[in-house]
Design a protein around this ligand. Structure first.
Ligand code: NAP
Length: 250
């Protein structure tokens, strides 16, 4: 297990799925973990449900820069440093070409791209030497998933951001790496707005494209996030790790 003793870790989008599993893995390694809910009521729900896991739950919609700044700045003030960021909050809202609206585009780019940039930027004054930043992209950044063009573009942006951030922060001893999960069993597909029938059809289609023939589990991403967060991975920066049952490679 990764040793994260004494580290202060932010996981955005820690209410469920990959964020929640990663928070558990970070905490199991000894880190103090905090997260955010997108509004006060959501933050309170997370506190009620996962109060034993999260040291603090802040309120911030990661699509809104002022809220991100206030959240991350408060974490820095509360703990005096930030050692780990898992910029994980994100979502997809599929729409075929011809049906993409400005709202659909803005919402996905605001949360998935703007949210990542400003979370990291707000943390700069507090990042410790040896800090590790992990961005959550997706294997969608390189596959041709019909109807997911905007989502895939946001995840392509995240992959590129990881490299540039790594280059800019390497001199400070801060590492930045990207995880790109394949299809994972979480609330992601329910949150797309697809009907249950559409979700089931999409799941069958996706499974057929995964050489391992199944969706991954959030824990299968979380272990790697904890590894990247830890001092076991100190020679890794600017990389993308694909955790996808062989989907992109085989
Ligand atoms: N599942 C997959 O197949 C898969 C594959 C590749 C990459 N990913 C990426 O993995 C990340 C986590 O997704 P997941 O699969 O774990 O799905 P999930 O269970 O739906 O988790 C998404 C998390 O992001 C939070 N979130 C969404 N919009 C937010 C906002 N505006 N402000 C604050 N929090 C917000 C959600 O909060 P609420 O609880 O309030 O909704 C939730 O905590 C996403 O970036 C996703 O793109 C997922």
């Amino acid at each position: 297990m990764a040793d994260l003793t004494g580290k202060i870790a932010i996981v955005t989008g820690g209410s469920g799925g990959i964020g929640l599993a990663s928070a558990r893995a970070l905490k199991a390694g000894g880190a103090t973990v905090v997260t955010n809910g997108r509004h006060d009521q959501r933050a309170e729900e997370i506190r009620q449900q996962y109060g034993d896991l999260y040291d603090k739950v802040y309120t911030a919609d990661v699509g809104v820069v002022a809220e991100i700044n206030a959240f991350v700045d408060q974490v820095g003030k509360d703990y005096g440093k930030i050692d780990v960021i898992f910029a994980n909050a994100g979502f997809g809202e599929p729409a075929p070409l011809g049906h993409i609206t400005e709202d659909n585009f803005d919402k996905q780019f605001n949360v998935n791209v703007k949210g990542v940039i400003f979370t990291v930027q707000a943390a700069l004054p507090y990042l410790s030497e040896g800090a590790s930043i992990i961005l959550n992209s997706s294997i969608a950044n390189q596959l041709g998933f019909a109807n997911f063009s905007v989502y895939a573009a946001t995840k392509g942006a995240v992959k590129t951001l990881g490299k540039i951030m790594a280059a800019e922060l390497v001199g400070r001893g801060v590492r930045v790496n990207v995880v790109s999960p394949g299809p994972i069993e979480t609330n992601f597909f329910a949150a797309t707005g697809m009907s249950e029938e559409q979700q089931a059809q999409a799941a069958d289609m996706i499974k057929a494209q995964v050489p391992m023939g199944r969706f991954g589990k959030a824990d299968e991403i979380a272990g790697y996030v904890a590894y990247l967060a830890s001092d076991a991975s100190t020679f890794m920066t600017g990389t993308e790790v694909e955790i996808d049952g062989g989907m992109a490679t085989l």
